[in-house]
Design a binder for this molecule. Structure first.
Ligand SMILES: Cc1cc2nc3c(=O)[nH]c(=O)nc-3n(C[C@H](O)[C@H](O)[C@H](O)COP(=O)(O)OP(=O)(O)OC[C@H]3O[C@@H](n4cnc5c(N)ncnc54)[C@H](O)[C@@H]3O)c2cc1C
Length: 331
């Protein structure tokens, strides 16, 4: 999709061969996701690896794999200690440790966060446990540290510190793509997200819906639905039901997101999880350990099954098992 013509109820789309065409709609649902938000930090786009797509993830692994091979000690900067930054840092630390016996490079990992704690959007107890585990894995965590500029050689902080690095990742928050702001005369927030009503209809046009990471969906308590797979999935299921009932003459219903909690993997054998958010137990029920890590794996596979089907998941699981036997960490 490249544009929306609300007057004629058409979306413009660009085909893979570059040609454009228009598709008519009666109702339109926009769910094009989000990209990393670099907050216009100078040099970030050019000198950091982002993890917005499968191709970027493959490029990231290619870069990590090549610096591991050269046998020289290396430093990696990761900006953003949300779930993505934390999991990436822990996994890199684990790979580095595991490959030491093959004379791979030793990785020194800097995890840089502007807020006062890791996982700033989760309960404090969870942040404490995760921080402890990151430090136990030898990761250097820099809290209350804001990046002013990124260069090829490293990062400069607002308080004039230099963090030199050989490879840099940016995983600090999300925004909808910039081009979306010019589309269809809809209403957008600061993160380029389309503003919608609780029914998921855009505030400007009742026949256009938006959900997932590209939508700002208000909740009864004044907050907004967080950019999570769990939330995108539930909003989609909700709209599928609500819109089909609406087509039979019933009113649309409001989407209210009940968060089931959060699990963060810190390495291969450890995860920390919090459950029952929005209840009296919020922040109190924080569990950790190997069993929680296995639960994390199960949820990951269930998510893969939803997206790709049982056959693909079975194939991936068998391939992973075989790979771990024949190739140490696919390197
Ligand atoms: C590295 C990483 C790790 C994450 N880990 C977790 C996690 O552990 N748990 C969790 O809950 N969430 C996680 N998230 C967030 C989660 O992936 C998103 O919240 C979720 O995918 C949002 O779903 P969505 O449908 O809104 O967007 P997406 O899943 O991004 O889907 C949007 C789709 O729209 C397509 N698209 C984009 N632009 C256009 C266009 N112009 N025309 C047509 N198609 C278009 C894209 O190609 C994409 O396929 C992670 C995100 C990242 C980047």
């Amino acid at each position: 999709m490249t544009d929306i013509d609300r007057e004629n109820k058409q979306v413009s789309v660009r085909r893979p061969d570059g040609t454009q065409c228009a598709i008519n709609y009666d109702y339109l649902v926009v769910c094009i996701g989000a990209i990393s938000n670099d907050f216009n930090t100078p040099g970030a786009r050019d000198n950091c690896v982002f993890l917005d797509s499968a191709n970027q993830a493959r490029l990231a692994w290619h870069k990590v794999s090549s610096i591991l091979r050269d046998g020289v000690d290396r430093t990696i900067n990761i900006v953003g200690a949300g779930a993505t930054g934390v999991e990436l840092a822990a996994e890199l630390a684990r790979v580095s440790k595991k490959l030491k016996r093959y004379n791979a490079s030793t990785l020194s990992i800097n995890l840089i966060e502007a807020a006062g704690r890791v996982l700033p959007n989760s309960p404090e107890k969870m942040s404490e446990k995760v921080l402890k585990e990151l430090e136990r894995n030898g990761i250097n965590v820099f809290l209350e540290t804001r990046i002013r500029e990124v260069t090829e050689a490293g990062m400069e902080t607002v308080d004039n510190r230099s963090l030199k690095a050989d490879l840099q990742f940016w995983a600090a928050g999300v925004k909808a793509p910039d081009w979306l702001r010019d589309v269809g005369g809809l209403s957008y927030n600061r993160m380029n997200q389309i503003e919608v009503k609780p029914t998921l209809q855009t505030t400007v046009d009742d026949t256009i819906f938006a959900l997932g990471d590209c939508a700002a969906i208000p909740q009864p308590d004044g907050s907004f639905v967080p950019p999570k797979a769990q939330a995108a999935n539930r909003a989609a299921v909700h709209l599928a039901k609500s819109l089909s009932q609406h087509l039979r003459g019933k009113p649309l219903t409001d989407f209210v997101f009940h968060d089931s909690g959060m699990l963060v993997a810190v390495g291969h054998h450890f995860a920390v999880g919090t459950f029952a958010p929005g209840t009296k137990m919020e922040g109190k029920l924080v569990l950790q350990g190997r069993v929680i890590r296995r639960l994390y794996d199960t949820i990951f596979r269930l998510h893969q099954r939803t997206v790709s089907g049982v056959f693909t998941v079975s194939r991936l699981m068998i391939a992973k098992r075989l790979k771990s036997v024949f190739k140490p960490y696919g390197i």
